[in-house]
Design a protein around this ligand. Structure first.
Ligand SMILES: [Zn+2]
Length: 212
């Protein structure tokens, strides 16, 4: 199998489940010990091929030759450097999660499934211009002890063992964001206590209910 196929499949998955439209969003995966493979800039999912994927070094800036990597390459690179546990990253501009990010709201423990992202909240990182070191720094901080975060006025980042598991977590985040938006319209959502969320996280470990 061509090695870029997993990224092509994941980009098409994100499009098919409605998380990304057109050229928004990007996906990457760790590639050996010192590299990562990332989707190129400005190509719609159904125009992508395995050969369009860009391999970049974790140690340096992309060389200005060949295909142009996603403008968010820096954020992907810094997440891999900060998080040895991360094998893949999915970034989307999915509607409800982005709507929450546009009012600067983190997702609190309004539903027990918030624990799929690794804790009792899904943080919203402060705003910074796309592609900048500042955005990358904010994303790495918001992902501390977490598998997903929102990016203010921008979108979502989810990480996982492989591209599809990261994408599936991005879908879980979108589902939660949608439910949280609806709950906010009905009234003040009841937030689960620290003890209640600790119990959920224990059960997730035991029963393997994390997103695979
Ligand atoms: Zn983006």
């Amino acid at each position: 199998m061509n090695e870029g196929a997993a990224l092509v499949d994941t980009m098409r998955y994100l499009e098919s489940v409605g998380l990304n439209r057109g050229k928004a969003g990007n996906v990457s995966r760790r590639y050996g010990d010192h590299h990562y493979q990332i989707t190129p800039s400005g190509i719609a999912p159904f125009d992508l091929t395995s050969a369009s994927m860009v391999v970049l070094s974790l140690d340096e800036k992309p060389a200005p030759v060949g295909a142009i990597p996603s403008s968010e390459w820096r954020m992907h690179q810094d997440i891999y450097l900060a998080r040895p546990d991360v094998g893949a990253i999915a970034h989307t501009h999915s509607n409800y999660a982005t709507a929450l990010a546009c009012v600067g709201r983190s997702i609190p423990a309004f539903h027990y499934m918030v624990a799929v992202a690794g804790g009792d909240s899904i943080r919203c990182a402060p705003y910074a211009t796309f592609g900048t070191q500042a955005l990358s720094n904010h994303a790495v901080s918001a992902l501390e002890n977490r598998q997903a975060c929102l990016l203010a006025n921008h979108g979502v980042v989810a990480v996982g063992a492989n591209p599809l598991s990261a994408a599936k977590l991005a879908l879980e985040v979108e589902q939660l964001a949608r439910q949280y938006c609806i709950a906010l319209q009905l009234g003040e959502p009841v937030i689960l206590s620290d003890a209640q969320m600790r119990e959920v996280m224990e059960k997730f470990k035991t029963y393997g209910q994390r997103v695979e």
